[in-house]
Design a protein around this ligand. Structure first.
Ligand code: ADE
Length: 256
């Protein structure tokens, strides 16, 4: 049996096909329109996940969205939907590089501000998976190590560092300590879940995250998120388009 991860892949492998996963329609619909991707198609007849496909020059681009929950009419944010979207996308499409693009909470202690876009670097954690048993603790909280993204971060002028994923928008005091101890620069709800599936499937994965709210401030997170979403998405769109243009120039795995 092959070990999971991407370590065994040839470093000069060309990237011809990129998958971009967004949790929310609002995070990715405008960039999909700008690139001229096709209309939404279901990933599965029973599930809300949708893809939009097209090309940027010679680069095949597939954007995937977690879709709208039919009971509550909101986007299916969070790790469960992200895992399922990633699995279905990688099963159904030939993808050379997976990108998770979305919004995040930033940290003023690490110079975060609304609209700042980060590239995940070093590794991805789960900050709300607490299992105090040796072995399970490390499995539960990560990090899931990242092998790619540093070259692109440099070219795009993005700061890079650990990102941590959980299923809540707000934070507990224990989670604040978790972020401080690990130097987390961005808190989101999907990246680590996506990276874990990508790693199992041997597909290289990177994540770009745009700040909507500041975790270590006293402003209510949900109010800041809603107030700043459009601004953060505008910045995210610019970065995603620049990233895809760099990939469309013709990149190999060792040059991302
Ligand atoms: N997405 C945007 N802001 C977030 C936050 N504070 N926590 C988790 N996901 C987010």
């Amino acid at each position: 049996m092959q070990p999971n991860g991407t370590a065994g892949q040839p470093t000069d492998r060309p990237i011809r096909s990129v998958g971009v996963i967004f949790a929310m329609e609002a995070e990715g619909a405008s960039v999909a329109d700008t690139i001229g991707l096709g209309p939404p198609e279901p990933l599965h007849e029973n599930l809300p996940m949708r893809i939009r496909r097209g090309r940027l020059d010679d680069l095949e681009v597939t954007m995937a969205f977690n879709g709208i929950d039919s009971d509550h009419q909101v986007d299916r944010i969070g790790t469960e939907a992200a895992t399922l979207t990633t699995w279905m996308l990688l099963q159904q499409q030939r993808i050379d590089l997976l990108v998770n693009a979305g919004t995040c909470g930033g940290f003023q202690a690490r110079e975060g501000h609304v609209g700042k876009v980060y590239m995940a670097g070093y590794g991805l954690y789960f900050h709300d998976h607490r299992v105090n048993i040796d072995g399970f603790r490390e499995y539960a909280e990560g990090p899931i190590m990242l092998s790619h993204g540093s070259v692109l971060a440099g070219e795009l002028g993005l700061d890079s560092g650990p990102v941590s994923t959980g299923c809540s928008l707000d934070v507990t005091p224990a989670e604040i300590r978790f972020f401080q101890e690990r130097g987390v620069i961005a808190k989101d709800m999907e990246a680590a879940a996506i990276a874990r599936v990508a790693r199992d499937m041997g597909i290289p994965c990177i994540a770009v995250k745009s700040v909507t709210d500041i975790v270590d401030s006293d402003k209510p997170t949900h109010e800041e998120f809603l107030r700043n979403l459009a601004r953060a998405v505008d910045r995210l769109d610019e970065v995603v388009i620049s990233l895809l243009r760099l990939l469309a120039e013709g990149r190999t795995l060792d040059r991302i």
